[in-house]
Design a protein around this ligand. Structure first.
Ligand SMILES: Nc1ncnc2c1ncn2[C@@H]1O[C@H](COP(=O)(O)OP(=O)(O)O)[C@@H](O)[C@H]1O
Ligand SMILES: [Mg+2]
Length: 409
C-alpha cells in the first residue's frame, strides 16, 4: 500500500511530501504485543511554493477581511500545485496508483473559549484526483472537531505509535509555526496540545527586519544580533493561552503580527533585533515549561525550528541538563518529513477502517476516522476493514528491504 502524504503547516513555506510504503507484521496467535505497522519512507521532499502562491497563502493567514474570490482562487492553485507535485513524485518512482492524503492549508481554526467551532483547510482535492487518477483523503481535521475535539494535534497518533515502547516520560515536539507536544510514557495515557508559538512570531519579526514578506530568521542570525528584553518577555508570558489546560490548540488567528503589535504598543519598543531575540526565547521558555510540567526526561524534536541554532540553544538551556533533546532523525525518520508522514499514516488508518485520532489528546468524545475520500479514476475499492489498531509503528531498517515482500498486506 503506497501512500503519499502532503502537508503545509502554519508557516506556509513549502509543501512537504512523503512517499510511504506501509506493511503490517502480524504478531501471530498468542502474541502479547499485537501487530506492528512497518513503514518504509521511499521519498520525501519539501517543495517550496512559487512566490505568488506563497504570498497569497500568507495573506490568507493574517486576520483581515479578504474577498472570498481569493479563497476560491488559492483553493484551486494549491490543489493544482499539489497535483503536479504528486505526479512528479509518483513518476520518479514508477508508482501508478497510490492513496494521496492532502492536509491543505489551514486558513481558519476558529476557537471560542477553548472550543473549536470550525476548522477550514483549502487546496481543492478534486485537482489531485483528476490529474493523478489517485483517490484522495482530505479535510483530515473536521471529523475530530465534529466529535468535540480540537482537530489537533493530529501528530498525537503518530507519536503514540512511534513511542509505544517508551521506557521513560518522553515528549515528541514539533517546532513549526506553532509548537506542539505529545507526551507519552509508561503507565500514562498520551496527551498532546499546542504549547504556543514556535516560529510564528519569529517569522513576523524576520519579515519586518528584512522587508521580505517570506523571510525567515535563517540560522537564527537576526536573533543572535539582539538581546532578550526581559520586561517584554514577561509581558508576552502573561498570555492566557499558556495557562489554559489541555486539550487545547492555537494558530495564527492568535499568534500573529497584530498580536505582537498589541504587546509592543504597551511597551517601550526595544528595537527589532531585541524583539526577535525575545520571541525566540519565548518559544524556548514556553516549550520547556510544558516539558517540565509533565516530568519529561527525553524530547524528540522535529520541524523547521530545529534548523534555528539560537532557538535550539535557548531550548537546551531552558530544559536544563536532566532532559535529553534529540532530533526525531535518530529513529530513522527525517524531521523535515515527519508531518507529511503523519498524513500518510492517517490515510493508511482511515483506508483500513481504523480510528485515526487519539481522544485523550484531541479531547474528542471518541476516536474517529479522518477526513473524506475523493475517488480517483476508478471507483473506491477499500480493503476489508482491519479490526485492531497496530500496537506500534516502526521504520523499516535498510537490512529488511530484501525480505519486504513477506508478510505485507
Ligand atoms: N534554516 C533555518 N533557519 C531558521 N529557521 C528556519 C530554517 N528553516 C526553517 N526555519 C523555520 O521553520 C519554519 C518552517 O517550519 P515547518 O516545520 O515547515 O513549519 P510549518 O509546519 O508551520 O510549515 C520557517 O517558517 C522558519 O521559521
Ligand atoms: Mg512548513
Amino acid at each position: 500500500m503506497i501512500t503519499v502524504g502532503l502537508m503545509t503547516g502554519t508557516s506556509a513555506d513549502a509543501l512537504d511530501v512523503a512517499l510511504v510504503d506501509f506493511s503490517v507484521q502480524d504478531a501471530g496467535q498468542g502474541s502479547s504485543t499485537g501487530d506492528e505497522l512497518v513503514m518504509e519512507l521511499l521519498d520525501h521532499r519539501e517543495v517550496p511554493f512559487p512566490d505568488d502562491l506563497s504570498r497569497d497563502l500568507l495573506r490568507l493567514l493574517e486576520p483581515m477581511s479578504l474577498p472570498l474570490s481569493l479563497v476560491a482562487d488559492v483553493d484551486s492553485r494549491l490543489g493544482i500545485f499539489s497535483a503536479d507535485t504528486v505526479q512528479e513524485v509518483l513518476h520518479t518512482h514508477g508508482v501508478e496508483h497510490a492513496l494521496v492524503v492532502s492536509h491543505g492549508q489551514t486558513v481558519q481554526h476558529l476557537l471560542d473559549d477553548g472550543l473549536v467551532r470550525g476548522t477550514l483547510q483549502i487546496g481543492q482535492p478534486a485537482w489531485i484526483a483528476e490529474h493523478t487518477g489517485c483517490p484522495v483523503l482530505s479535510d483530515v481535521r473536521a471529523r475530530d472537531v465534529a466529535a468535540g475535539g480540537q482537530g489537533a494535534p493530529l501528530a498525537s497518533m503518530l507519536d503514540h505509535l512511534l513511542f509505544a515502547d517508551a521506557a521513560e516520560p518522553t515528549a515528541a515536539l514539533n517546532l513549526g509555526g506553532i509548537a506542539n507536544l505529545t507526551v507519552v510514557g509508561p503507565g500514562r495515557a498520551p496527551l498532546a496540545y499546542d504549547t504556543g508559538p514556535a516560529n510564528a512570531l519569529v517569522d513576523v519579526m524576520a519579515r519586518r527586519i528584512t522587508g521580505d514578506p517570506c523571510a525567515i530568521d535563517r540560522d537564527g542570525a537576526l536573533a543572535a544580533a539582539g538581546l532578550v528584553d526581559q520586561p517584554l518577555l514577561d509581558a508576552l508570558l502573561t498570555e492566557p493561552y499558556y495557562r489554559r489546560t489541555a486539550p487545547k490548540s492555537t494558530g495564527k488567528e492568535l499568534f500573529n503580527a497584530a498580536y505582537l503589535d498589541r504587546v509592543l504598543a504597551e511597551h517601550p519598543d526595544p528595537g527589532p533585533h531585541d524583539v526577535i531575540a525575545t520571541v525566540t526565547r519565548l518559544t524556548a521558555q514556553t516549550v520547556a515549561a510544558e516539558c517540565h510540567r509533565h516530568g519529561v526526561t527525553r524530547i524528540v524534536v522535529s520541524g523547521g525550528g530545529t534548523r534555528n541554532p539560537v532557538l535550539m540553544d535557548e531550548l537546551r538551556r531552558a530544559l536544563g541538563p536532566s532532559v535529553a533533546l534529540e532530533p526525531v532523525d535518530v529513529l530513522g525518520l527525517p524531521g523535515s518529513a515527519k508531518e507529511a508522514v503523519l498524513m500518510a499514516l492517517l490515510g493508511w488508518l482511515t483506508w483500513h477502517g481504523l480510528p485515526a485520532t487519539v481522544p485523550s489528546c484531541t479531547g474528542a468524545s471518541r476516536a474517529t476516522p479522518a477526513g473524506r475520500l475523493t475517488p480517483g479514476d476508478r471507483p473506491l475499492d477499500l480493503p476489508p476493514p482491519r479490526t485492531h489498531l497496530p500496537h506500534r509503528l516502526r521504520m523499516r531498517q535498510p537490512s529488511e528491504t530484501q525480505v519486504s515482500a513477506e508478510g505485507d498486506t
